[in-house]
Design a protein around this ligand. Structure first.
Ligand code: IPT
Length: 926
């Protein structure tokens, strides 16, 4: 995941989940092999100067299969998320192993980890159960025993006072919900003013901590797509809802998600598809949304507003019309109750759904006494879905702003001058009053830009400046203040950097600010003598303005290249940098040579299933009782992910006319059924259906006493989550709930067999982990892996597809040669005609890693980002695609292409490819 980008955004920490089920796919065998190694992540965070908040569960939710629990949990007796010994014994090994690795990276040991979260939303319980304090304290003890000494936290799903025995209790809130299909619908009362009250009720002595506040939304199979989620939670949402949290003196705000990434392999639960983009500030392909730039304004403001840390909201529940006299507005007064000086006035619409522009004046107490602002006349405005923080008696170095209606993005004292960066929406009227000593106000000089400034000396010794925020205007106020007056888009271009200091934790430095305007992303600033080295990403020719101490910026470089700087009249540096984005020709996937092979040999008469697992259990610990003669839950036989196959051998009575079967696989799952070699039908799948009973007619009657086999291929969409504790919802089976032969109640299945991923919990691919491959014949054989010899396969490609119901695997190879020094994320893009959709499912394997699961008639995902490192950008790549057609007429991908989704020149360190071991003979593969 991107780790330097959050820091560049002005955030100081990143929280991350750890997925127990991926580390302990087989009980007792906890592995940190391959991508599961945590240490490179800890090291990268430390290097980037980002603190870490570890959230190892054991339960995580996170839209993941079983909410992060291991598959073997589904056949472990006893209630999970309770103090039941069979559960506490189950997690003990994992907490010990993961806990010791986190412990070694705690801040007390020189690492980046500052907090560890115990459990996740331990807030709701199945009927008949309640909060289990024994579980809570046992789990905390397990973390302590593993060496965790930093504070333990927990995130209540709402401020409900659960699990308050942790060191720093906090809660979650998703006030705009998850309906991305109506991204502009905000309910009138969506903005939660009441969170402060709950904070004071339960834990008044710890910071008001929001461990998860909405940063995006997930999207289900068949959903509207993540670009809508990014609108639902877009820059307007960030302004209104986050500033409301600042009105609640929230001093810990963690956004879920800043970067969601990809549910590759079998990571997802049935409620989400491969992309976990989440509509976040940083998109799945790591490109930056406008949301990122809006967050940068807010984060940088908080970082320099130390008075905010000791504030309290003063007029909670009495905000409507306050301070503005306009009852269409709510204004919260947030005062620094320790410093007794600074105030923050947070203004927003009283009705969150209101899109009207509101005019207002502010009537405030200041150190100059009661003021009506703007003092020079006119009025302020709030445009539609917006919110502002107006500061009062705000300290910026040696400067005091008696007030500013334009918002503060940042300030820094550089070469004895207070540089103050102010912004508002384009065209808005604003006023800022600067305190001065003595009788004469300082001289005001427009140093650059077209802005006009009105000024007025206020009684008591402050100079009020009135202006319109439009473009950039730089104003010198005396010799000690430099004001940047910006509209929002200009403000988006500012970066605040802190060159590493010397000594321990050097990259975490928050002193010696350097302000840089320009560039798509500025990652780092380092000072060496009089050389200032900047690094970052540029997407076009960029004009920079650099506000840095003169002595440490005589020479400036960007990504190692010297910048030709000129000094502005007011002492900053300007420079321009051309960007070369080298063209890259990507291989044309449709013209590559492809090989194809049948991946459903199971339906041929010659096929032997002798090596399959016999499904012969006659009992289960699963809370859902079975009604079939033997248990037909795939999980009970160790198969927890991907496609599952079933075989039912029976001897015909001769009167069978159809096979009826009820299968559960999770939302949007499907299945196909064959009688011997003959396809008899499919349930193609529907996002609203997680279990389906279908009846599949036999094409002709069977002769009495003849032996036959039914083969069923079903999809496993992941296990349900276990959000309600003690519910054991994650144990909801994947498999066959009931079956019968129509016309012949007496037909008996002699043997049921099941196949999933090769080895089941003894999964074969230690590098790619337990959730990467499923039970298709081609997967069991390792056909998806690089190096498999497909020389004897016939030619055929996935856009030609297959002409009957079945499964094929397609393989091709291509080379990439992407130049160094650029970041060009690549997606696999498929075409989708929704008019008369064919029913098929495809999985995309890149160098053996499954990075896409596509269901043609359900969608919505059509572009599957594959990160550099999975894709080899400098050499050969193997792409394997499984295609399961559910219609008798077959199916094919309409189109298939590689696409670059964003282009920047970058200082991103060279990407080390993930290990991608090639095919080796798989003993016992069948
Ligand atoms: C909260 C979970 O803690 C988190 O893991 C994730 O699932 C998130 O929601 C939704 O994306 S659950 C909360 C919405 C009740």
């Amino acid at each position: 995941m991107p780790i330097m980008k959050p820091r560049a955004m002005g955030f100081n920490a990143v929280s991350f989940y750890i997925f127990w089920g991926i580390l302990e796919g087989k009980r007792g065998d906890i592995s940190f092999e391959g991508f599961r190694d945590l240490q490179p992540f800890f090291d990268a965070a430390k290097q980037a100067g980002v603190y870490l908040i570890a959230r190892p569960g054991p339960y995580i939710n996170a839209e993941t299969t079983a909410g992060g629990f291991p598959g073997w949990g589904t056949h472990t007796p006893g209630l999970w998320r309770t103090s039941n010994a069979s559960y506490t014994e189950a997690y003990a090994g994992y907490i010990k192993e993961v806990g010791s690795r986190i412990a070694a990276n705690q801040i007390t040991k020189g690492g980046p980890v500052i907090l560890v979260q115990s459990e996740n939303e331990y807030s709701g319980w199945a009927d008949g159960y309640a909060e289990d304090p024994v579980y809570e304290s046992q789990l905390m003890q397990a973390f302590r025993d593993a060496g965790i000494t930093v504070p333990l936290t927990t995130n209540d799903a709402w401020p409900g006072g659960h699990y308050t025995s942790v060191d720093v209790y906090g809660y979650d809130s998703y006030p705009n919900g998850f309906d991305c299909s109506h991204p502009y619908n905000w309910s009138s009362d969506a903005v939660p003013e009441w969170l402060w009250g709950s904070h004071i009720q339960f834990t008044p002595n710890v910071p008001n901590a929001l461990y998860e506040f909405q940063g995006g939304a997930f999207d289900p199979w068949g959903g509207s797509g993540y670009s809508s989620c990014s609108v639902l939670t877009g820059p307007e949402f960030e302004r209104v809802f986050y500033k409301n949290q600042f009105a609640m003196s929230t001093t810990y705000l963690n956004l879920y998600m800043i970067y969601g990434g990809t549910n590759w392999g079998g990571i997802a639960h049935p409620g989400v598809y491969t992309s976990y983009d989440y509509g976040s500030a940083i998109a799945e392909d790591r490109s930056l949304r406008e949301k990122f730039y809006e967050l940068k304004l807010q984060a940088n403001f908080l970082a320099v507003s130390t008075a905010y840390l000791t504030t309290r909201p003063m007029n909670i529940y009495n905000t409507q019309g306050s301070f503005t006299g306009n009852s269409a507005l709510k204004t919260t007064q947030v005062l620094d109750v320790v410093g007794n000086k600074t105030g923050f006035y947070v203004v927003r619409q009283a009705d969150a759904s209101n899109n009207d522009t509101q005019s207002y004046t502010l009537n405030l107490e200041t150190s100059l006494g009661a003021l009506t602002i703007p003092a020079i006349g006119g009025s302020l405005s709030l445009n539609g879905k917006d919110s502002k923080i107006h500061v009062v008696d705000y300290t910026a170095g040696t400067t005091t702003l008696v007030y500013s209606t334009a918002e503060v993005m940042t300030w820094a004292t550089i070469d004895n001058r207070d540089v103050i960066v102010l912004y508002g929406n384009a065209g808005e009227l604003h006023e800022t009053a600067i305190k001065f000593d003595g009788a004469t106000p300082p001289a005001v000089k427009i140093a650059s830009g077209n802005g006009k400034i009105k000024q007025k000396a206020l009684v008591g010794g402050a100079l009020a400046l009135q202006y319109t925020t439009s473009g950039q205007t730089v104003v010198e106020v005396g010799s000690e203040v430099l004001l940047y007056i910006l509209d929002r888009k200009e403000a988006y271009q500012f970066w605040v950097l802190h060159p590493p200091s010397t000594g321990d934790m050097t990259h975490f430095n928050t002193d010696n600010p350097i302000i840089v305007k320009g560039g798509y992303l500025v990652r780092t600033a380092t000072v060496n003598g009089n050389v200032l080295s900047l690094t970052g990403d540029l997407n076009s020719t960029s004009n920079f303005e650099i506000i840095a101490p003169a002595a440490s910026s005589r020479t400036v470089t960007f990504n190692g290249q010297p910048l030709l700087t000129t000094k502005t009249s007011y002492g900053t540096l300007s420079a321009s940098k051309k960007v070369v984005l080298p063209p890259v020709v990507l291989p044309n996937l449709s013209s590559l040579p492809w090989k194809a092979a049948n991946s459903l040999p199971e339906i041929s008469a010659q096929y032997s299933d002798a090596l399959w697992t016999v499904a012969n259990h006659t009992s289960t610990v699963n809370p859902i009782q079975f009604t079939t003669p033997v248990v037909l839950y795939a999980g009970d036989y160790g198969f927890h992910t991907g496609n599952i196959l079933w075989r039912a051998h029976f001897s015909a009575t001769g009167t069978e006319t159809a096979f009826k079967v009820d299968i559960v696989g999770g939302s949007a799952f499907g299945y196909s059924v064959w009688l011997d070699s003959t396809f008899i039908g499919s349930w193609v799948g529907d996002p609203a259906v997680s279990e389906f009973e279908g009846t599949f007619s036999f094409p002709k009657s069977l002769s009495k006493g003849t032996n036959h086999v039914i083969t069923i291929l079903q999809d496993h969409m992941g296990y349900e989550e276990d959000w309600a504790s003690a519910s054991d919802d994650f144990k909801t089976p994947r498999g066959i709930m009931s079956y019968s032969f129509i016309g012949s109640p007496l037909t008996v299945v002699n043997t049921w067999k099941v196949a999933g991923n090769l080895g089941g919990e003894e999964f074969i691919d230690r590098t790619r982990g337990p959730l990467n491959e499923g039970g298709l014949y081609g997967e069991r054989q390792g056909w998806h892996l690089p190096g498999f010899d497909d020389a004897r396969w016939s030619s055929g490609n996935p856009t030609m597809g297959i002409s009957q119901a079945g499964v094929s695997m397609f393989r091709t190879k291509f080379n990439l040669n992407i130049p160094q020094g650029v970041d060009y994320p690549i997606s696999i893009v498929v075409g989708n005609s929704t008019s008369t959709p064919k029913h098929f499912r495809a999985q995309f394997y890149v160098n053996g890693y499954q990075f896409g699961k596509y269901i043609n008639h359900i969608g919505p995902q059509k572009a599957f980002p594959v990160p550099q490192g999975i894709l080899n950008y400098h050499g050969e790549n193997t792409l394997a695609i499984s295609l399961w057609t559910a219609d008798a007429t077959g199916g094919n991908l309409e189109s298939l292409a590689l696409q670059i989704t964003s282009k920047v020149e970058t200082s991103m360190p060279a990407v080390v490819n993930q290990p991608s071991p090639g095919w080796t003979p798989r003993p016992g593969a069948f």
